[in-house]
Design a protein around this ligand. Sequence first.
Ligand code: 8YV
Length: 319
Amino acid sequence: MGEIMTKPHILQVGPYPAWDQEPLDAAFHMHRLFEAADRDAYLAEVGPKVRGIATRGELGANAAMIAACPNLEIISVYGVGYDAVDLAAAKARGIRVTNTPDVLTNDVADLGVAMMLVQSRGMIGAETWVRDGSWAAKGLYPLQRRVWGKRAGVLGLGRIGYEVAKRLAGFDLEIAYSDVGPKDYAKDWEFIADPVALAERSDFLFVTLAASAATRHIVGAKVIEALGPNGMLINISRASNIDEAALLDALETGRLGSAALDVFEGEPALNPRFLSLPNVLLQPHHASGTFETRQAMGKLVRDNLGAHFAGQPLLTPVL
Ligand code: 8YV
């Protein structure tokens, strides 16, 4: 060996924890787009050197970013969702794309189920009731809604949807799911092809679909109203799967009972109408946000980049 390797130049779209940043800085020339005052000027300057993009699920890599990097070979996504990557642009140029599946599945499922429990039992309000002295001053906290034994619908029975359903089975929920077709690994659960029919028979509807142009607003006014005034919508996928305007209208008018949401259109800014609703539980896109999972995600991002530049097979390729 003994040859001096030139470190590949990587465009970094968003921040990573120090435990990822340090090894990335050691192995590659990292160019931090998110720190640039003028992103277009920065892209024009570093783009020609860039052979890899390291991004986050929600940030992706758009056509302009890909076009600004004429020598781009690989896009490594920190996240299972790659809907924010312009796959057509990548494919047209033979650019490889990787994501971080599997390592986050259980945490995302945990958070979805936790949101259902917290919201159904009114735990955020109950905590405030204790902290602000209402318990002593006003007495008993209002009664809440039971979870166990109810009917849950899982929209999208992929890796995350499957883990959600498995957990719900532990709460003796009656489970049904929608997907492109029945799954052989879901024999105990009812398959209902039509999302409106799924929502109609469900008390809790979990949205666990990989987002794409085909699933955009798949949860529209009809699904939301079928879920109804006693129903709860839980979204741990992407905001684009839900017609957010229809959701806000239904929550404001009581045509939908409640929602527990980890993702929002235009996040981290969100529609201020959400903030004045008493019947929503809001989370900051944090379903994969544990030390353990984020460490595994960061390692996969690095290992995919490392494998690519070493001429080895990618660990978790999308393209
Ligand atoms: C991450 C995600 O929060 O996996 C995904 O697709 O959206 C989340 O796990 C995100 O990608 C981290 O930036």
